[in-house]
Design a protein around this ligand. Structure first.
Ligand SMILES: [Zn+2]
Ligand SMILES: [Zn+2]
Length: 195
């Protein structure tokens, strides 16, 4: 099976994504304001796609293996109810977003972690395009959402049945985050939602 290596910008945190084929991942660009706010907070605004889209690769968390720099894994939440947004503290490279529990086996990895992205195939999904920044090149409508949901279930159901659903580099065996999430305060948060 295809494995592809990834690393944070400074190279301290490294790992491998296993079974990285177009059938096993969802290659998407998310135009939601939260993903954009997170990218801005991480200093990655320059890596957003036209329209302010965050390039992501949705995967089963059990397929993510972090080999180096595990102690750099940090977690941020934009609000008390927001997703868990994981990043490498050494250089503020986004790693992935997840829900707050390993019960839902889904991680949206930051595509910029990967040196090569051909293994994922072309972008199949555009999400939350109604929140895209109005600028040249911004997409006008969503794409591939049903396919994305199908892929999500297609990965989650076998993982639930085989017991691999709770395997994640971001949660321990008790389901607790490996690094306690820090929630942004309102003024920090407001500064990131400026479109
Ligand atoms: Zn780093
Ligand atoms: Zn998003």
């Amino acid at each position: 099976m295809t494995s592809v290596s990834f690393s944070c910008n400074c190279g301290t945190l490294k790992g491998v994504l296993h079974e990285a084929t177009p059938q096993n991942v969802c290659h998407l660009v998310c135009f939601c304001r939260d993903c954009r706010a997170f990218a801005r907070h991480m200093g990655q605004a320059g890596h957003l796609e036209p329209g302010g889209g965050s390039p992501l690769v949705q995967v089963l968390p059990a397929r993510i293996e972090i080999s180096d720099g595990v102690d750099q894994i940090a977690c941020l939440r934009l609000s008390p109810k927001g997703l868990h947004r994981w990043y490498a503290a050494c250089c503020n490279t986004p790693l992935a977003n997840t829900v707050g529990s390993p019960r839902m086996p889904l991680a949206g990895m930051w595509r910029g972690l990967f040196g090569q992205t051909e293994v994922f195939g072309p972008v199949t999904t555009l999400g939350f395009t109604k929140h895209a920044v109005r600028e040249p090149g911004a997409p006008k409508r969503d794409k591939g959402i049903i396919r994305m949901m199908g892929g999500l279930l297609g990965r989650a159901v076998p993982a639930w049945m085989s017991g691999t659903a709770r395997q994640s580099p971001f949660f321990d065996e008790h389901g607790a985050p490996v690094s306690p999430p820090v929630v942004l305060d309102l003024s920090q948060r407001n500064a990131l939602y400026n479109d």
